[in-house]
Structure formats: C-alpha cells, structure tokens
Design a binder for this molecule. Structure first.
Ligand code: SF4
Length: 226
C-alpha cells in the first residue's frame, strides 16, 4: 500500500512538472496567469486515466531528477512497475488464455555455476532445485503459460515479438523491469521484482507465490471451472 501511494505521488509529481512547460508558454503568450494552474490541473486530471503515455511521460520527467539525486530512495521505475502492473491486472485480470501469457525471466535467476544453457531453451534446465528456474518451469507446466529467459532488453523484446503474448508476467530488477515495461508497450505487463541477496545480476531470487498469483490473476478461467 505504501509503495502504491508513493508511486501515485511520483506519478502526479512528474505530470505537474511537465505541465509547467505548456502552462508557462501560454502564460507568456497571453499574459493571463491562470493558464499555469489550469495547465497543471488539466494534465493531472488527464493523468487520472493512467494511460501508458502519461506513465511514460512522468517517468521521463522524473528520471533525470532521480539521477541527479543519485537514485537513493527515489526510483521512478518503481512507479512504472506499480502503476503499470495495476493497470494490466485491472484491465485484463481473468481474461487471458494461459497459452497467450508469457512468463519472462531474467537469466540472473540461474545459479551462477550451472552449466546448462537455458537462455534459448529453458527446458534444458534439469530442475535440480539450486535456483528458482526449475520451480518456475513447474509453474509453467502446471498453468500452461509460455516461459522464456532473457539476458537483456533486446532478447526480451525478441521473445515478445516471436511468442506474441497477449500479456506478460515479467520478473526482473526494478531498473530493468521499469524500462522493460515501457519498452513492451502496447503489450501489457504485470511485473514482479526479484530480490538480490548475492548482489546485482547474480543468483537472484523471486517470490514464487507472487509469480503464481500474477499468473493466476491474469489467466482466463474456462467456463464450468472456478
Ligand atoms: S534449477 Fe538447477 S539445472 Fe535448472 S537452471 Fe537452476 S541450477 Fe541449473
């Protein structure tokens, strides 16, 4: 709940900063002061629709500010993940056939010493239990969703292009996930942040219960089943 509130705050902060530009231009042209508050209110009211355009707009306004602050405690990516995921689940929850959902994973989930090549075929995994990949494959088998592993944004986009999902459940670190959700547009994404107990990009973990919950929230339940 706290993350959601903070995300809404940053979202509207970004829209407010943006709305100064058109407001000041019209103010200078017309010399009527009320264009500034009118511009701020109008952009924020339009932003209530949570359209991906406004989420992206707010992100690109806030990102340079976050970079200046050093990124500590202020990550616009978190805003994209929270608002984008919420919109995806609200709009598409219970409406996507399982085989049109893609579970997209980062390769850093794989145990660093595993010699199996799973990037192009996740089913090469022997499900030994040393990393979460085996359990995520079990989840894909159980639910019928597609699964793919990406080493970065380029491969993630390629998987989405080739597998043509109607929705994606994506696991990644906040930075990659936030940017990836913007890049994936118009494909809707529900994001799950990984945890990084061994540091960035190595032996990362993910809460399997949250991934399963996201998959189930999106999946169309056939008639006669509940
Ligand atoms: S579960 Fe085992 S076999 Fe599969 S990727 Fe992880 S370490 Fe490799």
């Amino acid at each position: 709940m706290k993350t959601r509130t903070v995300s809404f705050f940053y979202y509207h902060l970004g829209l407010t900063v943006f709305s100064f530009f058109p407001g000041i231009i019209i103010l200078l042209l017309t010399r009527d002061w009320y264009w500034l508050p009118l511009s701020i209110c109008s952009v924020n009211l339009l932003g209530l629709f949570r359209h991906p355009f406004f989420i992206a707009l707010s992100f690109h306004i806030l990102k340079p500010v976050a970079s200046l602050l050093g990124g500590e405690g202020f990550a616009p990516e978190e805003m994209v993940i929270t608002l984008g995921s919420e919109k995806t689940l609200r709009k598409l929850g219970g409406r996507i056939p399982a085989d049109r959902i893609l579970l997209l994973l980062p390769h850093c989930l794989q145990w660093h010493d595993c010699k199996l090549r799973i990037t192009f075929n996740p089913y090469n995994c022997a499900r030994c239990g040393k990393c979460p990949v085996g359990s995520l494959l079990d989840l894909a088998d159980k639910t019928g969703v597609k699964i793919a592993i990406a080493t970065g944004g380029t491969l993630a986009r390629r998987h989405i292009k080739e597998l043509r999902p109607l929705a994606v459940v994506a696991v990644a670190c906040p930075r990659d996930l936030g940017q990836g959700m913007l890049d994936a547009h118009p494909i809707p994404v529900a994001g799950v942040e990984n945890s990084r107990p061994a540091g960035d990009c190595i032996d990362t973990q993910v809460d399997l219960n949250i991934v399963e919950e996201r998959v189930k929230q999106l999946t169309l339940i056939p008639d006669g089943k509940s």
